[in-house]
Design a binder for this molecule. Structure first.
Ligand code: ADP
Ligand code: ZN
Length: 433
């Protein structure tokens, strides 16, 4: 039974009706309160009354990250600041961050969406949940915290970092559930190995991982290494943080909290909506948010939607695991390459660790992709010939599956910096023009 079977298992027709009602309300809400949307809607000649079916969402304007930057900090806020109970911000690695204001209702909805996510992952009252997502402006920490609170489990707010202490607490407090990015889960696993602590002997049972792309191969690696079930969370600051979509016991795609988010997939080049089942850019419209509703937010995340009967009983539409963002896509000698494709091929090779870095350079007129990956200790210590053989094996494997020639650099174990949050795995050294 899901956390909220009324909405998670609602017959699709009824759910769509509910979405339509909420979509019209949202359009009316922003049209009245947010000058940015008011002008855009006026220009397009669209009002809440123009929305007669869900497909009419395609009449609405898109919103992109730059719109949030341009309207920093509160230009897109639809309520007076005194109604805002909290403000989060995205990591904003470049330039100004984008802000996410929440009313009390927004915070409640967010906790509800996260509770569904955690419940679906098998988290229950009585669980001891160690939350190693960063607390602070980042939505991960408090997002998981509130969801876990709603379920009534014990939360240990370790935040990210201080990995040795994470492992110690995990052991001493009997942590049963871990929340973190997938890359940080691996860092924690390595630290435990270094401390000679066998994860499989600890009560840890399940992890809920998200905030960055990770492949199915990586999920299996984490499940084996930590001896747990690795479940998933998906979300973004612009739509209120984690809680947008989550996987279920079928571990085959993520259910979108459709009563809160209307999902579309569009062709990233033409921006035309694509039929369900076709791959493209995920576009999300919030349906119940108050402080900062989003119309057709272009996530840049590449996926496809699936409307199908799921063995878990949920009727919520599913999206495929995100394999990458359109802005992460590399074009190497004319071939489109997602870092995640390289990740999953590297994980096929038994002599390497799941720790890698991709470097893109210009070599004459061509792009060159350098794959740096750590060797397992035994492989590394087997000498230069063995290392060369492993490098060649990886080059061949990538060439045979993807058709691109890469340079592989096998590294000494533990050479790469370990991730404590979102892993940075691509360095693009090509000159910007
Ligand atoms: P920032 O944009 O600063 O990185 P966010 O935390 O808002 O901050 O990042 C949201 C993005 O993180 C999503 O658009 C997506 O690219 C990525 N993301 C979040 N969860 C997942 C997931 N489960 N799988 C793949 N990517 C994810
Ligand atoms: Zn399901």
């Amino acid at each position: 039974m899901p956390w909220n079977d009324k909405f998670e298992c609602m017959p699709v027709e009824e759910l769509n009706k509910f979405q339509l009602k909420k979509l019209k309300e949202t359009v009316a809400w922003v049209c009245e309160r947010v000058p940015f949307y008011k002008q855009k809607l006026k220009k397009l000649g669209v009002t809440a009354d123009s929305i007669k079916t869900l497909a009419d969402a395609s009449k609405l304007p898109f919103t992109v990250k730059n719109d949030l930057r341009d309207n920093y900090p509160f230009g897109l806020c639809a309520v007076p600041l005194k109604e805002v109970m909290r403000v989060h911000a995205s990591s904003g690695t470049t330039g100004k961050p984008i802000t996410g204001p929440y009313t009390i209702e927004d915070l409640e909805q967010w906790a509800e969406c996260m509770a569904r996510n955690l419940w679906s992952a098998g988290v229950r009252k009585g669980d001891i949940a160690q939350n190693a997502y960063g607390y602070g402006l980042f939505t991960g920490g408090l997002g998981f915290h509130q969801g876990a609170n709603l379920l009534g489990c014990t939360v240990i707010p370790t935040s990210s970092g201080l990995t040795e202490r994470q492992v110690m607490l995990m052991k001493d407090l009997g942590t049963t559930v871990l929340f973190s990015t997938p890359s940080y889960a691996l860092t924690i696993a390595e630290q435990a190995e270094a401390m000679k602590i066998d994860f499989k002997k600890l009560p840890l049972r399940v992890g809920v991982f998200g905030a960055e792309p990770w492949t199915v191969a990586m999920r299996k690696e984490i499940e084996e290494r930590l001896g747990i079930k690795a479940m998933e969370a998906f979300g973004l600051t612009e739509l209120g943080g984690p809680g947008t979509a989550f996987d279920c016991e079928a571990q085959d795609g993520l259910h979108i909290n459709e009563d809160h988010f209307l999902a579309e997939v569009v062709d990233p080049a033409t921006l035309e909506p694509l039929p369900i089942g076709e791959q493209g850019e995920l576009v999300l419209t919030s349906l119940q948010r108050r402080a900062m509703p989003m119309l057709r937010y272009r996530t840049k995340d590449i996926t496809k939607l699936r409307r199908e009967k799921c063995s878990c009983g949920r009727t919520l539409i599913k999206m495929n695991k995100i394999t990458g963002r359109s802005d992460d896509m590399l074009i190497i000698s004319g071939v489109n390459v997602f870092p995640s494709q390289i990740e999953s091929l590297l994980l096929d090779i038994e002599e390497v660790e799941p720790q890698y870095m991709l470097i893109v350079r210009k070599k004459g007129y061509l792009d060159q992709l350098i794959v740096k990956v750590e060797a397992k200790k035994e492989a590394y210590e087997a000498g230069p010939q063995k290392r060369k053989d492993v490098e060649n094996k990886i080059v061949k494997h990538i060439k045979s599956i993807m058709g691109v020639t890469v340079d592989v650099n096998l590294l000494e174990p533990k050479l790469l910096t370990r991730s404590e949050g979102k892993a940075k795995r691509v360095i693009d050294e090509r000159p910007k023009n």
